[in-house]
Design a protein around this ligand. Structure first.
Ligand code: NAP
Length: 331
């Protein structure tokens, strides 16, 4: 198999993990790195990723990288919002490079941001490449995996998916995103500003509804703090008793009075019973639990890399995980 040349765009917490994984994987080669953080630009990628020197200098834009014609794919791990990612993707696909991104709002943007989805789709088609939004969640656990379970159902009445995580073992940006360590008034302020929540439940629910042919006519979403009963100490932060240990977010989608899709996302420091659970009321009924739950950082790093092959082979345009042939680990 031909070696696949990769440009890593965004060398944050996830980009660094992905780089280290790619270095260990046969058949993949990092040939360029981009990040806008001035503390990273001009440095050797290895110095930022705590590896041996790699001879790859971090550039502040793609135009600073030579030999675009040799790049097979860009792994884009920068932001969660569709507006910024649209601009970033446009610049990459103009070079004829396919994109795998972990941007949550791109996991299934057709209902939430149709204009941006169309813009990316058109631009990707014009440049003959595919673009995919993926990740552990959204991108797999709360959308693609339950969708796959329904393949053995004669009928599906409703779906409930719960992702309960102990955030002690997650990367720092994730712990910040769920408000871990905040005093309750600060949690409420950030919640009001819309910056304190897990991004992606809406996209997951739309991916499921779209695939199952359900037209949801009402949705509800609640975001509540999980309060620490005792002081919690991790390697990276301390949560005082009475402050926020994390977040519980519940997303409900209805058809008429019937609740058809329920997504429960709960992540906090010291969560005692982490698990991923899928419940399908249908024929046959299905309940599947992954005790301990899947580590999101390990899994996102993996799925981003594992999706590369399918994205390179895919027809041009914007894709979701539900559009591609099965993505799997490969030797
Ligand atoms: N779908 C999923 O399941 C999933 C799972 C994990 C993570 N994610 C998402 O993946 C993204 C990356 O995660 P992370 O933890 O690595 O975030 P992070 O630590 O904030 O890293 C992002 C990096 O990208 C840089 N950046 C921002 N805009 C850029 C641009 N236009 N071009 C190049 N670099 C740019 C940032 O620089 P500055 O710091 O200077 O802005 C930062 O160095 C986040 O949006 C996260 O929410 C999704």
């Amino acid at each position: 198999m031909k070696v696949m040349n990769i440009v890593q765009v965004g060398i944050g917490s996830l980009g660094r993990r992905i780089t280290r994984c790619v270095l260990k994987k046969n058949g993949l080669k990092i040939v360029g790195a981009v990040d806008t953080d001035p503390r990273k630009v001009g440095k050797d990628l290895g110095a930022i990723c705590s590896t041996n020197p790699l001879g790859i200098t971090v550039s502040e834009s793609l135009s600073g990288i030579t030999g675009h014609e040799e790049v097979d794919v860009a792994l884009l791990t920068t932001v969660s919002d569709i507006i910024h990612i649209t601009r970033q993707i446009e610049k990459i696909v103009e070079h004829g490079i396919p994109v795998v991104t972990t941007c949550e709002e791109l996991a299934h943007p057709w209902e939430t941001a149709p204009q941006h989805a169309e813009k990316i789709d058109k631009k990707a088609k014009k440049n003959h490449v595919a673009v995919l939004g993926t990740g552990v969640n959204p991108g797999f656990l709360m959308d693609l995996l339950p969708i796959c379970f329904t393949a053995v159902c004669q009928h599906v009445e409703r779906i409930k998916i719960s992702r309960i995580q102990d955030a002690s073992y997650r990367r720092i940006p994730f712990q910040k995103k769920i408000g871990a360590g905040l005093a309750l008034p600060d949690f409420e302020k950030k919640k009001e500003r819309g910056v304190l929540r897990h991004v992606g439940l809406t996209e997951s629910a739309h991916m499921i509804a779209n695939k199952l042919g359900w037209r949801l006519d009402r949705i509800e979403e609640t975001v509540l703090p999980i309060v620490a009963k005792d002081t919690l100490v991790t390697d990276t932060l301390t949560v005082e008793a009475g402050n926020t240990a994390g977040v519980e977010q519940i997303w409900r989608g209805f058809i008429g009075k019937e609740e058809k899709i329920t997504l429960v996302f709960r992540a906090s420091i010291g969560e005692t019973e982490p698990q991923d659970k899928i419940q399908i009321d249908g024929q046959p009924p299905i309940v599947s639990t992954i005790p301990g739950g899947i580590n999101g950082d390990v899994a996102t790093c993996a799925i981003t890399i594992n999706a590369i092959k399918q994205v390179i082979r895919a027809a041009p345009g914007l894709k979701t995980m539900a559009d591609l042939p099965v993505v799997s680990w490969f030797e």
